[in-house]
Every structure is written in structure tokens, then in C-alpha cells.
Design a protein around this ligand. Structure first.
Ligand SMILES: O=c1ccn([C@@H]2O[C@H](COP(=O)(O)O)[C@@H](O)[C@H]2O)c(=O)[nH]1
Length: 233
């Protein structure tokens, strides 16, 4: 069975979140990112969990190992199903994050961001002065995350096959950069449709504005889910 699409709740206030979530009459898997968490704090997680939804807390921690390990202990106690760090923080940082997260939340999923879906190969080479191709860099960070004890990575679906080939089918690919055919890319660079993400073997898709900005979010979510599950546009 396919995992539910994860809906990115990129709102500023809890009132907006409540208005959005009360439209749905099923338990969802939602993502709380920096916009919502940094303006509202841990209370948003408690409220969303109390409504019966699963939560991916997407704060992309990236700091020295001690700081990330201690911060992760706090996040893990929030009863979230998934959270993340930035793989570019390195293996020591990821190992400390994994030890801390798994100790407090043994059933939770810990993943690492490889290269943001708003990053292109040109940006990597010109701005990060990377000598690797985008795919080489994603594969490298995925392997580093696996070796550090993490459960999977964030990438575009365009790299899901490559990650599974390097790290195995059980290593999770959690993939934003999802757009329906008629949608604008906005600030994203590496985008595909839900059906294409299915064909490319992603384990999870993360969908934000396609659903949250739709005139009928419930109908749009059903369409995303149907495409994702069937693999057909
Ligand atoms: O590489 C990444 C990592 C995280 N994200 C997050 O996913 C959603 C995508 O939102 P859309 O509106 O569907 O573009 C957003 O919360 C990002 O912070 C990502 O896009 N890419």
C-alpha cells in the first residue's frame, strides 16, 4: 500500500491550520515546517496530534553535533512520526541526531536533506562550488545518512531510483517538488507530478501549495492521492 501524500502546512498561524484541517474528514499526514513552528512553537504539534493527524516536523537541523543532538532530544519528545536534519551537517552530527532521536522516539523516522529541490546543478556548481554533479552529490549524502544510522533522505523524486540503487529499497525517499501538470513551479526547480513520483519509486511525496492554495483543497488532495496511488495522470 502506498504511503499517504504528506501535506505541507505552510501557514503562519494555528487559526489558518485549523481552517484548513477541518475541511478534511480523514486522518492526514501533514508536514510542519519553519514558517509554522517558529511562529507558534511546540503547541502546534500538540494541537495537530490531538486532531488525529500524523506529523513530519521539517526543521532541517544543521549545526555542530552537540547542539543538534540536544535539540533533537526536545523535538523527539513531541511525538512526531518523522523529522529531519541537513545531511550537509556531516556524519558526526547525523549520528548524534540519530542516537538522540531513536532514544526518545524509537518508532519515529529520521531523515536527512540531500540537496534542496529548489537547487539546480548549475547553482550547486556556481554557488556551492561543488565539483560533483547533482546526482553524485545526492547519492553521496544519501550514503552518508545511511551510514550514520538514519532511515532515509529528502530529495526530488528524480533521484529516488538512484538512492534506492545505492542505499537499498528499504532506505526511505521522502520527496517534495511535487506539482500537478498545470501548476506553476514557483520557487522549485526539480519538480515532477505525483504519477511520475510513483513511477520513479518514491516512498513518500510532500505536497504543499498545489493543495493548500487550491480553491477546493479536499478535491485537489484526492486528485494528488489518486495520481500517486495509481501512477496515472
Ligand atoms: O528539498 C526540499 C525540502 C523541503 N521542502 C519543503 O516541502 C514543501 C514543498 O512545498 P510546495 O508548496 O509543494 O513547493 C515546503 O514546505 C518546503 O519547505 C522542499 O520543498 N524541498
Amino acid at each position: 500500500m502506498m504511503n499517504r501524500p504528506i501535506i505541507a502546512l505552510d501557514f503562519s498561524t494555528m487559526a489558518e491550520v485549523e481552517r484548513f484541517l477541518t475541511k478534511f474528514d480523514e486522518p492526514l499526514f501533514v508536514k510542519v515546517g519553519m514558517e509554522l513552528y517558529l511562529q507558534n512553537g511546540p503547541a502546534v504539534i500538540r494541537e495537530i496530534r490531538a486532531m488525529g493527524h500524523d506529523v513530519f516536523l521539517d526543521l532541517k537541523l544543521h549545526d555542530i553535533p552537540n547542539t543538534v543532538g540536544k535539540a533533537m532530544a526536545g523535538l523527539a519528545s513531541l511525538d512526531v512520526q518523522m523529522t529531519n536534519v541537513h545531511a550537509q551537517g556531516g556524519s558526526s552530527m547525523m549520528k548524534r541526531a540519530a542516537e538522540s532521536f531513536k532514544y526518545h522516539n524509537p518508532d519515529g523516522i529520521l531523515i536527512a536533506v540531500t540537496q534542496l529541490t529548489s537547487t539546480s546543478e548549475e547553482m550547486m556548481q556556481q554557488e556551492q562550488k561543488s565539483i560533483l554533479s547533482l546526482e553524485e552529490s545526492v547519492a553521496h549524502y544519501a550514503q552518508l545518512a545511511k551510514d550514520s544510522g538514519l532511515d532515509g533522505v529528502v530529495s526530488s523524486p528524480l533521484e529516488s531510483r538512484l538512492i534506492h540503487a545505492h542505499c537499498g529499497d528499504d532506505f526511505l525517499t521522502v520527496t517534495p517538488g511535487i506539482r500537478l501538470n498545470e501548476d506553476s513551479k514557483d520557487d522549485q526547480v526539480r519538480v515532477v507530478t505525483p504519477a511520475r513520483a510513483h513511477a520513479l519509486g518514491s516512498d513518500y511525496i510532500v505536497v504543499g501549495r498545489s493543495v493548500t492554495k487550491a480553491s477546493n483543497p479536499v478535491a485537489q488532495y484526492s486528485r494528488v492521492k489518486e495520481e500517486w496511488e495509481s501512477g496515472e495522470e
